[in-house]
Structure formats: C-alpha cells, structure tokens
Design a protein around this ligand. Structure first.
Ligand code: ADP
Ligand code: MG
Length: 240
C-alpha cells in the first residue's frame, strides 16, 4: 500500500530524516518508537505531505505522491491523521465535527454524512455525545471524536502521532481500545506511540527510529525482548 524509499527531510541545515525506507502492506499495523526529536512526527507529516520531503519517493497505492501531476488533495483524503492534540472545531457539535469534511470535501448529503457519523460515533462509543460541544468532553472523548472524524473520510490508512500522550492516564485505555478495534477490523495503521503494551498486542511490526534513520525493525517480540541494536537497547531501558 505504501512504499517509501530513501526519504530525506531537511529544515534548513538540519537534516531530520536521513534516508528512510519502509513498505507498509494493506492491513498492516506498524508502530514507530524512538526518542524525542528523532524525526517520527516529521516522518508521518511527510507521508501525507504536511511537510515536503527534500528527497526520496513515496508511493501510495501505486501513486507517486511527489509527482506534480498527481492530485495530492485526493490522495491525502485517503490518509486519516490523528495528532496528539485533538484540534476539534470548538464551535461545532461533535456530530458536525465528524460530518463537516464529508459534506464539504466529498459532497455527501447531510443525511448520508449523519448516518455514517452515527456509525462511527458508535464505533468509538460516543453516540450519546453527538449533540455536545467539544468543550464538554474529556480529553479521551475528544480524541475518540478526532478518530471518528478522520474515519468519516473513509481513509485507506490511518496515521496516528502519539494519540494518547496528551491524555490523563485514566483516559489512555479508552483511546487505545478504539485503535485496537480498528486494527482488528483490518485498518492499515502507522502509529507513533510509546504505549509498549499496545505495540506488543497490536503491532505487526515495530520500527525503532533514531537520528533520522530506521535503526532496527522487527516483530514486537524481537524488538522488545531481543533488541539487537545498541541504541534500541538503551532506549528501551529508559522507557520500559
Ligand atoms: P519526534 O516526533 O521524533 O519527537 P520531530 O519530527 O518532531 O521528532 O522533530 C525532529 C527534529 O526536526 C527536531 O530537531 C525538530 O526541532 C525539527 N523540526 C520539526 N519540525 C520542524 C519545523 N517545522 N521547522 C524546523 N525544524 C523542525
Ligand atoms: Mg513527535
């Protein structure tokens, strides 16, 4: 589904991504771990072109994302993104937050968008909050709405950038549980997270990024129980 080759990203003189290669198959759940500042967010943002890579290729379902002739907006709609901060529209009710893009961008009727939104709110356990404003929700509920909102565009892949790291500890579980459900349903997911329990249970593959490159990758049990790379070992010692 996604083929990334030799991806580089520089901010001025600062080379943050130094040649990343990664292939992600349809239905795969890839969890990316690594120290703060290692380029994980930049990598995800390059994938949906929130940042322009300086070098390399990204094929998404066979389409070259960096080719000028491809319709980036259309391809980007196929990638849902969930950030650490939820960024819901504060002046819109939960239901409108979920339906606004399908209506405005995809031209869905409000009936169609509402029907789908209720299905998604059911998936994330929030049908009773459809008519509430974001300010009345907890952080965990807001993040679940943000996931529903991303899913409303019917993406082929979901990108998560530390979706639980801004949450109070008691709310982490409810968000991870929604993500587990999505994974079980076969959603292709790339997740930056330090939730090692989640990674062990759900990831097909764990990628350890440091210093702008993939230092090590493997199945969760390889990476967590038998890391080969010294940097991986040191990182895991600090976080586990
Ligand atoms: P991580 O998500 O692994 O913590 P980031 O991708 O956020 O790492 O950041 C990696 C490096 O890129 C950091 O040194 C950061 O300062 C730099 N960086 C990220 N975004 C920008 C930007 N928009 N402009 C300049 N430097 C940036
Ligand atoms: Mg980050």
């Amino acid at each position: 589904m996604i083929n990334i080759e030799n991806l580089h990203k520089k901010f001025g003189e600062n080379e943050v991504l130094k040649g990343i290669d990664l292939n992600v198959e349809s239905g795969e759940v890839v969890v990316i771990i690594g120290p703060s500042g290692s380029g994980k967010s930049t990598f995800l943002r390059c994938l949906n072109l929130l940042e322009q890579p300086t070098e390399g290729t990204i094929l998404f379902e066979g389409n070259d994302l960096l080719a000028k002739e491809n319709n980036i907006d259309q391809l980007r709609q196929k990638m849902g993104m969930v950030f650490q901060s939820f960024n819901l529209f504060p002046h819109m009710k939960v239901l409108e937050n979920v339906t606004i893009s399908p209506i405005k961008v995809k031209g869905q009727s409000s009936d169609e968008a509402n029907k789908k939104a209720y299905e998604l709110l059911d998936l994330v356990g929030l049908t009773d909050k459809a008519e509430s404003y974001p300010a009345s929700l907890s952080g965990g509920q807001e993040q679940r709405v943000a996931i529903a909102r991303a899913l409303a565009m019917d993406p082929d892949v979901m990108l998560f950038d530390e979706p639980t790291s801004a949450l109070d500890p008691e709310m982490v579980g409810e968000v991870l549980s929604v993500m587990k459900t999505l994974a079980k349903e076969g959603m292709t997911m790339i997740v930056v997270s330090h939730e090692m329990g989640f990674a062990k249970e759900v990831a097909d593959r764990v990628i350890f990024m440091d210093d702008g490159v993939v230092q090590e990758e493997g199945q969760p049990e390889d990476i967590f129980d038998h890391p080969k790379n010294e940097r991986t070992q040191n990182f895991l010692k600090k976080v586990l």
